[in-house]
Design a protein around this ligand. Structure first.
Ligand SMILES: Cc1cn([C@H]2C[C@H](O)[C@@H](COP(=O)(O)OP(=O)(O)OP(=O)(O)O)O2)c(=O)[nH]c1=O
Length: 609
């Protein structure tokens, strides 16, 4: 079995699962792991507010659960197990962390919050290696987390209570069990299903590879692929059984809190010193730009359009359709196969589902416009990242602010890119908070109206005005579903810095504020706050710059983009909150959607003093 070489690394160790969860026990035993179960006595009472993000809370709780078991076992017979595994699963919605309900009423409260909305399920996992040093327990902690997004259908009160009365919610985070009756509540799941059930097995196996995979034969295979970075999956190890290092070797902390198996035993025996662990992730990073460029090129040449609905095509046929060389096309198609964008069968190449959905130039969720924009515009900006670092943010563009309305072509390209991005997140933004108290909304800089449509769809009483520059609104017709906007959506041309803002109970600023420096953000929020009546709201959606290095990886692209852009600046979630409060908005609620990629804030206009 593909997994056994990885799981096999733990077979000769004394492994303890520090969890009472029957789901975790089942997932791990079905994966072939042998372990003892010692439920943790750690009380899940850490102060949630003291963590920068929900996943950090779940990881810390997982760690504390495992450490408590390791310490207790060590104290009992002065022999700690080799490895202790702890996990903690939480559900987050509207910025709140939901754990297991304390009673039926609590389950009802949780399920009502999830009803009809998307939420995230995080599982934090800690793998703790233990040994005894100088009569003391010595531990080496490796932690990670996994996020899965789940959306519930709209459910009636009757159904919710029927589900609660089944008793199923009581021992489960968020008050539901997706693997049983609760599965009926779920409209969709994005990500690892087992993560929702309590244990992200896939990520766990990848971590084991990082921890235990020794340099060896596998390295040779990896370096062969010099054009496209190898995808690092644990399946890769299926043919290297028996080639492992001695797992009894010492554990050394690696970068990012990971650990690698050392070679102390071999050195002591006078054996030849092993080379350092093969830095596959690092090489992947070094080569990463090649993968992006292959994707950009295939998109630009419309490869994914050609392969969308057709039977598989040979390289020569694709080359004929895209008017390119057969040899070059063959290489590009193979690169796309290696990147998981195409499949290769005996009959030829065809799109994967992701490519058909996101990389063909048509279709509701096409990101073709975004890719084209990155290839034509962002790529070049990033060649000047060094300038931006040396001279400071915004220097890379040489003070040249691109005017999106510069030419019809540029405007349209910009709008296609924004539309693709907005379509992906609009439903999540519209449903992250309950906005049903607002009967009118104005989306400032709302571009093609992608978010306006979701707001109108989600809230049947709401009328939405999209306010944007005249040059932008000139092109909106081709982005409307069915070619025309809904009756409750109107497009009003104007400049939000100069023209009078349309009247609305809720103002929306989605991906707007990062584009402007502080003085202009204050000017805009000042105008908006003056126009907003007490009780009215402002909804801000932004990619944020996280100051927590552990979280920074997920928004790295956004943070770097903000550095090379001609104007504007990155801000943290706390800075956005401060800005809203400075302009008279109170009770600011926060939420994160799309795997934390987008940070949302909803503030309510207080009465002027
Ligand atoms: C969301 C969801 C959670 N769960 C479960 C997984 C976890 O067991 C539980 C979350 O609570 P946890 O505190 O993570 O785990 P636990 O109390 O069951 O076990 P221990 O603390 O001893 O490790 O919710 C499901 O079984 N299905 C689901 O769909």
């Amino acid at each position: 079995m593909a997994l056994s070489p990885v799981i096999g690394k733990l077979l000769h160790k004394r492994v303890v699962l520090a969890s009472a969860s029957p789901r975790r026990r089942e997932i791990l035993s079905q994966a072939g792991l042998r372990f003892e179960v010692v439920p943790s006595r750690f009380k899940e009472t850490l102060d949630k507010a003291s963590f920068p993000a929900p996943y950090a809370y779940a990881m810390e709780t997982a760690k504390q659960k495992a450490l408590e078991v390791a310490a207790r076992m060590y104290q009992k017979d002065l022999r700690a197990p080799d490895v202790v595994i702890g996990a903690d699963t939480i559900v987050t919605v509207g910025g709140l962390i939901l754990e297991k309900p304390v009673d039926k009423q609590d389950a009802y409260r949780m399920l009502s919050m999830l009803n009809g909305k998307e939420h995230s399920v995080f599982t934090g996992v800690a793998i703790i290696h233990c040994c005894s040093k100088g009569g003391q327990l010595d531990t080496d902690v490796c932690q990670f987390h996994e996020e899965t997004t789940v959306r519930f259908s709209r459910l009636s009160e009757e159904l919710l209570w029927e589900y609660i009365d089944s008793g199923e919610p009581m021992d489960k985070a968020g008050g539901y069990g997706i693997q049983a009756l609760g599965g009926m509540l779920v409209e969709y799941v994005h990500g690892d299903f087992l993560n929702v059930v309590g244990f992200p097995l896939n990520h766990f196996c990848k971590k084991l590879v990082e921890l235990y995979y020794p340099p060896g034969r596998h390295d040779v295979r990896r370096v062969k692929h010099d054009s496209i970075p190898a995808v690092d999956t644990f399946e890769d190890l299926s043919d290297v059984e028996g080639g492992g290092s001695d797992p009894a070797g010492g554990i050394k902390g690696g970068p990012g809190g990971q650990a690698a198996v050392g070679t102390r035993g071999a050195e002591a025996n006078g054996a030849v010193e092993s080379p350092p662990p093969f830095p596959a992730d690092l090489l992947g990073l070094i080569d990463g730009f090649k993968a992006s460029k292959a994707l950009f090129t295939a998109c630009k040449l419309k490869v994914f359009d050609v392969l969308k609905d057709e039977a598989p095509l040979k390289a020569a046929e694709v080359a004929g359709r895209i008017d390119a060389s057969v040899c070059g096309t063959g290489r590009l198609l193979d690169a796309c196969v290696a990147l998981g964008l195409l499949e290769k069968t005996d009959g030829g190449y065809r799109n994967t589902e992701v490519a058909s959905r996101h990389l063909a130039s048509d279709g509701e969720y096409s990101l073709h416009g975004l890719v084209t924009r990155h290839d034509d515009h962002t790529w070049e900006l990033f060649t000047r990242l060094e300038v931006a670092v040396r001279q400071g943010p915004n220097a890379a563009a040489g003070g040249k602010v691109e005017d999106p309305a510069q030419s019809q072509q540029t405007t349209l390209q910009f709008m296609r890119a924004m539309h693709g991005l907005s379509k992906l997140t609009a439903r999540r933004v519209a449903t992250a908070f309950d906005l049903s108290r607002f009967t009118s909304a104005c989306d400032l800089g709302g571009c093609t109206g992608a978010l306006a449509h979701e707001l109108a769809h989600e809230y049947p009483r709401m009328r939405v005005t999209v306010f944007d520059l005249p040059d932008v609104l000139e092109h909106v017709a081709c982005f409307q579903p069915g070619g025309r906007p809904s009756e409750r959506i109107s497009f009003v041309p104007g400049d939000f810095f100069k023209d009078s803002l349309p009247e609305a109970e809720l103002y929306v600023l989605s991906r707007i504020l990062h584009d402007w420096p502080d003085d202009q953000v204050h000017a805009l929020l000042g105008r908006l706050s003056g126009r907003c009546k007490p009780g009215g709201g402002v909804l801000v959606a932004e990619e944020t710059v996280d100051e927590d290095p552990a979280a920074a990886r997920s928004n790295l692209a956004a943070a770097l983009s903000l550095l090379v852009r001609p104007r504007g600046r990155g801000r943290s979630g706390a800075e956005y909150r401060d800005l809203l409060e400075q302009h008279g908005f109170r009770d600011v609620q926060v939420a994160a959607v799309a795997g934390g990629a987008l940070h949302l804030l909803l503030g309510t206009r207080a009465s002027p003093p």
